[in-house]
Design a protein. Sequence first.
Length: 547
Amino acid sequence: MTKKTETKGFYSSHSFKLVLVMVSCFLLNYFTFFINSNSNPWQLLYLIPMLIGAFLYNEKGSIIVALVIIFINSPILLQTPFKSSYQLSSFWLLRSFIYLLIAIILGFLSKSIKKLHTKLIEDKLKSNFSGFYNTTKLVRDLEELNEKKQSYDLVFFHIINLDELRKYLDSYVFSKLINNEFSRLEKEFDACRTYSYSSDQYILLIKDNNLDEKVICNLLIHKIHQFVKSNAFDKYPVKFQIKCGIINSYVDNNPKSLIEKVRVTSERGSLDESSIYVFDKTYYEKRQLYYEVSLTLNDAIHNDELYIVYQPIIDIKSKSICSCEALLRWNRGNGKKIAPNIFITVAEQTGLIVKVTKWLIRNTIKNQHNWKLKDASITQSINVSAKELIDDSFQNWFNNILNSNGMSHKDINIEITERVLSSNDERLKENLLLLQDLGCTIEIDDFGIGYNSLKLISTLPINVVKLDKFFIDRITENQTRILIKHLIEAIHELKGVVIAEGVENKQQLEILVQLGCDKIQGFYFSKPLDSEKFCSFCNNFNFSNYI
Ligand code: G
Ligand code: MN
């Protein structure tokens, strides 16, 4: 093994290459002699070793080769075949001069081509926008550091308000600002370099530092604060908003996945806060789960991995079950369940929610059709996103599916959540009115925890308000109780109905009854049940067992 490497080393060494060029000169001399003595056309072949010399060692190489050629063609060399290819001294001198001239030109040409080539490669490794090296170069540098077993930290910077800033700054100014700021940051560490990930994302590589990540964080937080204040650019009073992630090389020795991990780390926290996070395995695994869910959710629909459960809703006045909420669940097999808050969030973000909701409606209508209930008036609530509700084709699809299953709009309550309300409020209002006219009850889900609660109940045609579990959890506190009391009164005055969500114990139920709440949903009565169990729960329900 070592021998092989040594031999390989010799073949690529300077001496070997030089010997090769020399030998080729001598061979050429023999060749030209045997072909046609030193007749002119064949003499041109000497350009080949000169080119090789120039390619290998620039002007130094080509001049040495030219000198060798001059020497082996000289009249003073008496050996055959050189003797026979003798020339007049004056011709030899002239030829020598020409050889040398060609050698110099070739040498310099080769040098500038090489320089150009290096520059092209360098440019390929740099970002056009910032002038910093890009991630291709970073990956190479990290591989080198890993080979040398050198430790390092990566800090990922994401300038989150770049698009906003671009409205006011032109690209040139912006790239200059970025350059200034990162050069300033680089000075904070002994061995440090900035790389560009994209025009709004940068990575700082900090080599061989003995600082703990937390210490680096504190140092950077201070610096980033200046960065954010940006008092350095008095002429351009911009304010960068930056999110950062930091990771140490021990986490992963694969450069690409280390870069991905530090990028994901920088995404933590709320979107608009300027802050810095150290890599955290649990957070990363959660992110991986979201990623995996986004890839497999579509297949889950086709592989029958989704199923529906029903949570009863109890009417206080009639002391009976009036409706239920149809809730989606996902079982990936082998008992591996994915929490609905995870896959519903992913579905909403990836747009797959439309397909998921259609699956739920199609199947839940089939189920309801087969229910054998003593009280046939039990309706069901379905969660529908605003995205679907503003889509006219969804409305048609929904009407058709109800008709073809012999069901009435009165059997279905539409729950919309505040979390994903649409930007097209007018269209949403129109379509909700249409559904309401056809007989659907419109319910607002998770009421009170979003930003638009009051705006929504004052503008949209809402029949039912579902108070979020957040308030029920705190209903024993005086402040919350007062708020809920007045909220219930206000909604009643608006001819609306109030459902309390997430009721878990008798005390909460009693307070809610006292405050005049209309309907109750929660674990205290029942957890969500499969279709069959839900039917038997309804048929055996006795309100007096609970109060
Ligand atoms: O946001 P929405 O109301 O659609 O959410 C309903 C979710 O709340 C369901 O996943 C259901 O399992 C859950 N849930 C319903 N009642 C309770 C309860 O009393 N306690 C808790 N922790 N969760 C509940
Ligand atoms: Mn709901």
